[in-house]
Structures are given as C-alpha cells and as structure tokens.
Design a protein around this ligand. Structure first.
Ligand code: NAP
Length: 285
C-alpha cells in the first residue's frame, strides 16, 4: 500500500512512519507541507501523493491549553479531521484516524470497549470526539484507533518529564487516583499497521497491556526503577494536584476487538517501557 501520514513531525508519526515502511511505501507531510485546517491544502497534497490510505496523526494535543484555546482545538481536531474525511470520501480513500481514551468520562470500573458511549470530561476530549463523528458521518471506509498515555522518543511526554524531574528533585508527588494504560508509540504503530492491513473497517482500541489498575504513580515508580533512580515518590490525589483540564479517573481501553479482528498482540506495558528506556542508552530517547 502507499500510505500517507498527516501530522508527520509529531511524537506518534515519528515512530509510525518507519514501522509502516516495513512492507509498504509510507510518506508523511508536516504541518508546513499540509495544514489540515485548510481544505485546499489537504486536497492538493493528497492529490500530489495519491495514496491508498491516509493515517491522521495531526492533532492539537495540549489537553490543559485546550480548555481556553477552544477555537484552535476545534479547528484542528474537529474541522481539520472533517477536511481529511471529506477529501477521502470524494476520492474513495480509506482514512485511519487516531483518537484518545479522553473521549470517555472515566466513570467506568471496567475497560471501555469500542461499543461504549463516549462522554468527554474536558474540551480536548470533546474536540477529539467531534473529529471521530466527522469520520463516521462522512466515510464508510474508516478506522478510528483510540489509544492512551503515549510516550515516544520525539516530543514531550510523561516519561521524559519524570526523568527530567528526577534529576532536579529528591521527592516527586504523583497522582495515584487516575487509572489508565501507558503506551509506547512503537506499540501503537504496530497496532495501526495490523489494523489497516486487516481491511476490517471500524473502531479499535490499541494500548500496551496492563492489569487495569495502573496509576500515574505506579507508572512513575516503574520508570524510576528501570532507570536506576532512587527518588522518593509520594502518591497524591487529583484534588491535591489541580490542573486546568479535568481528567477521566479511569480510562483503561478494552483491547478485545483489536485482538479478535487483527493479529496485533498487546505487549505488557512494563516490557515496552523497558525497551523504550533501553533505546535511550543509544541516545534516541
Ligand atoms: N500524546 C498522548 O498521550 C496521546 C494519548 C491518546 C491519544 N493521542 C492521539 O494520538 C495522536 C498523535 O499524538 P501525538 O502525541 O503524536 O501528538 P503531537 O506530538 O502533538 O503531534 C501532533 C502533530 O500534529 C501537528 N499538527 C498540529 N496542527 C496541525 C495542522 N493544523 N495540520 C497538520 N498538522 C498539525 C503538530 O505540529 P506542531 O507540533 O507543529 O503543532 C504535530 O506535529 C493524536 O491524534 C492524539 O490526539 C495522544
């Protein structure tokens, strides 16, 4: 397949392009080459490349800033996705759209399946859900792939923040009442590859595998342990650590549909984290 990635230059796209290039021709466009908020830009770049499928990694991803920058979050995550879906519909190109666990409200106590109703608790989640709706309204040939708590070698992420703080502070205070699934960008890249190769359109969840009880605090303890750091880590509640955007308290995604429909095998989260940290020894964190 000739695969085109929108939003190249971001954290996920940096890792997905090499993974998709194993067995496919994969090209990407950064925001400078193709701004998804311009339908003309999308049309001309897509026509130049004439891909068999488009993967949308372009997004406005600053969860806290989205609470006040609502127009820009909607312009990129909703209208930008609408443009991609329109152009794909007109040219009969399947679209694989990357979305988030933050479309869910977090009130569940069991992992969210693709059949559960989204009900976001913050504006970033609302804008991402709007993008999902456009994909579903405008296209028959689509994949929506929701993931969570991403970290990778490029861009800001939680693992890098913890490692940075660990060098500057003896004691770290980390929330222990938000439960989710950390996911290495390389893991979701393989998940997306398996999904788009399956030809089975629909909504999928892809994360690294946890037992469904992992908090940011637990994640931090393992990041530090695997990195040989001895900082003191204190568990705190979300109320003690207020942020502009509310987070879902529980956002574990159920992976069954992905496992039933594709060859993708979720990887244990701590194994993926260890490999990611090991790659940092080679200077690519
Ligand atoms: N990070 C997470 O923890 C997480 C969790 C769940 C789901 N996701 C989803 O995963 C996907 C990839 O996220 P990521 O972490 O790789 O995000 P990222 O690093 O912020 O990458 C997003 C990319 O989109 C680009 N972009 C922004 N506005 C654009 C526009 N108008 N036209 C074209 N490109 C534009 C950004 O360029 P600039 O940097 O120049 O603005 C950036 O290169 C997103 O759909 C996100 O919602 C992420």
């Amino acid at each position: 397949m000739k695969i085109f990635v929108a939003g190249a230059g971001g954290m996920l796209s940096t890792d997905i392009i090499p993974v998709l290039s194993q067995g496919h021709t994969c090209v990407g466009a950064t925001i400078d080459d193709m701004d998804i908020t311009s339908v003309d830009s999308v049309a001309s770049v897509v026509d130049k490349h004439s891909p068999d499928i488009i993967i949308n990694c372009a997004a406005y991803t600053n969860v806290d800033a989205a609470e006040k920058d609502r127009d820009i979050a909607m312009l990129v995550n909703a209208t930008g996705t609408q443009h991609l879906a329109m152009i794909c519909a007109e040219r009969d190109i399947p679209l694989c759209h990357v979305s988030t666990d933050y479309v869910f409200d977090g009130n569940s106590t069991v992992p969210y399946t693709p059949f559960d109703n989204p009900d976001p608790v913050n504006f970033y989640g609302y804008s991402k859900l709007a993008g999902e709706k456009y994909v579903q309204w405008l296209l028959r040939k689509f994949y929506i792939v929701r993931t969570s708590w991403l970290y990778g070698r490029f861009g800001k992420n939680f693992v890098k923040t913890i490692l940075d703080l660990s060098g500057r502070m003896d004691t770290l205070r980390v929330v222990n009442d938000q439960i989710g699934s950390p996911t290495w960008t390389v893991s979701i890249s393989h998940g997306i590859k398996a999904i788009v190769e399956s030809g089975k359109y629909g909504i999928y969840h892809v994360t690294d595998a946890t037992d469904g009880t992992l908090s940011w605090y637990d994640f931090t303890v393992e990041i530090l342990r695997l990195s040989g750091k001895t900082n003191n880590v204190i568990p705190v509640t979300t109320d003690e650590f207020p942020r502009p955007a509310k987070r879902p308290a529980y956002s574990v995604l159920d992976l069954s549909v992905t496992k039933y429909s594709t060859p993708f095998k979720p990887r244990p989260w701590d194994e993926a984290l260890a490999e990611y940290l090991k790659s940092s020894d080679k200077g690519i964190l």
